[in-house]
Design a protein around this ligand. Structure first.
Ligand SMILES: CC(C)(COP(=O)([O-])OP(=O)([O-])OC[C@H]1O[C@@H](n2cnc3c(N)ncnc32)[C@H](O)[C@@H]1OP(=O)([O-])[O-])[C@@H](O)C(=O)NCCC(=O)NCCSC(=O)C[C@@](C)(O)CC(=O)[O-]
Length: 315
């Protein structure tokens, strides 16, 4: 449960970030990244996706990732388990994905939909309506897999501030979609500005509109930084009560179905901002910056975090 001075960050680099890398990434690199993020204090991490390997080959080894996480947890003593409790979540598109995920159950699952018909087709090969039916099926099936345990379900909505194919998206479509996801049993709604076109006033207005039917405590902001607006949009979201933010270490990522889209806002930049505002994230920014530098070196890519670069230059 968050207090007034706390912000909850979900690190999505291992999923949203790595899914876009052009080269296949070794399982050991993924495991090491997860370990380093945990050591840096990240307490909520989206660790993989049980999507079709034909569609997103970088996530094809997610079953191994979650098996390794389960093994690590089993090897820990009860004491160290409670000291280092991290919520690992997985993206699930359909029943087949859920079946595979439940072999080493994630702590949380994330279903994903869109506020744009065209994006829904490009990303999941189905309409918004069919996507919603899949969400209903997944949540219903989840109860049979884990009858004695409540596994929280995040519901993503892509393209909340604009679509690469359809342009403007009406807030009413986002609201309707969020209401559907909540009614289906989602415990939180992640607003994806997939192509980073949202601006502060627009985002604030969307959240205020949404907050009429959804408690703001259930809203997560998931901003890509393509147009350099993500930090401003996070600040605007905080002003209207949002306390859950998605970020990606070193700004890893992009979107395979949105040309030119960059990664999520960098975790280092957000932690730097939160620290300055006196909002606690539980993340050690130096350890995080070292992790951002390490993963970029390992993958041979540039670090998109401004704070991460500055902190690393001082080392
Ligand atoms: C939804 C599907 C699966 C439909 O894909 P489809 O091709 O329509 O699936 P299908 O049901 O027709 O089945 C075709 C084949 O795929 C297999 N299949 C079917 N499902 C699975 C599965 N789960 N895992 C493994 N295999 C699967 C299935 O078994 C069958 O195999 P075959 O008989 O041909 O050998 C596909 O479109 C898909 O995987 N899409 C996901 C693409 C993706 O990873 N996108 C990125 C994540 S979303 C995102 O990044 C946005 C977000 C969340 O970050 C928010 C934001 O920023 O906006």
């Amino acid at each position: 449960m968050q207090t007034k001075d706390t912000v909850s960050i979900t690190e999505v680099g291992p999923r949203d970030g790595l899914q876009n890398e052009p080269n296949i990434i070794a399982l050991s690199t993924k495991i090491q990244l997860l370990e380093r993020l945990k050591e840096a204090g990240c307490s909520s991490i989206e660790a993989g996706a049980f999507v079709s390997p034909k569609w997103t080959p970088q996530m094809a080894d997610s079953a191994q990732v979650f098996a390794e996480l389960a093994k690590q947890r089993a090897d820990q003593t009860a004491q160290s388990r409670s000291n280092s409790k991290v919520t690992y979540s997985a993206l699930i598109p359909n029943i087949k994905g859920l079946e595979q995920a439940m072999l080493s159950p994630p702590d949380k699952i994330a279903v994903f939909t869109a506020a744009s018909e065209t994006f829904s087709q490009k990303n999941t090969n189905c309409s918004i309506q069919i996507g919603n039916e899949r969400v209903n099926d997944i949540i219903k099936a989840l109860k049979t897999y884990a009858p004695n345990q409540t596994i929280p379900v995040r519901g993503y909505i892509s393209c909340v501030a604009g679509c690469p194919y359809e342009g403007n998206i009406a807030p009413s479509v986002v609201i309707k979609q969020a209401e559907h996801l909540l009614a289906a049993g989602c415990t939180e709604i992640a607003l994806g500005d997939t192509i980073g076109v949202g601006t502060a006033k627009q985002i604030q207005s969307l959240i205020n509109d949404l907050a009429r039917s959804i408690p703001v405590s259930k809203i997560v902001v998931h901003f890509h930084d393509t147009y350099g607006q993500a930090l401003a949009n996070i600040l605007a979201s905080l002003e209207v009560g949002v306390r859950q933010i998605d970020t990606s270490v070193a700004g890893l990522g992009g979107c395979p179905y949105a040309k030119g889209a960059t990664g999520n806002v960098a975790t280092e930049d957000v932690v730097f901002l939160m620290r300055g505002m006196g909002l606690e994230t539980g993340i050690d920014i130096d350890a995080l910056a070292a992790t951002g530098h390490w993963i970029c070196q390992t993958l041979g890519i540039s670090n998109r975090s401004r704070a991460g670069q500055a902190l690393h230059a001082k080392l």
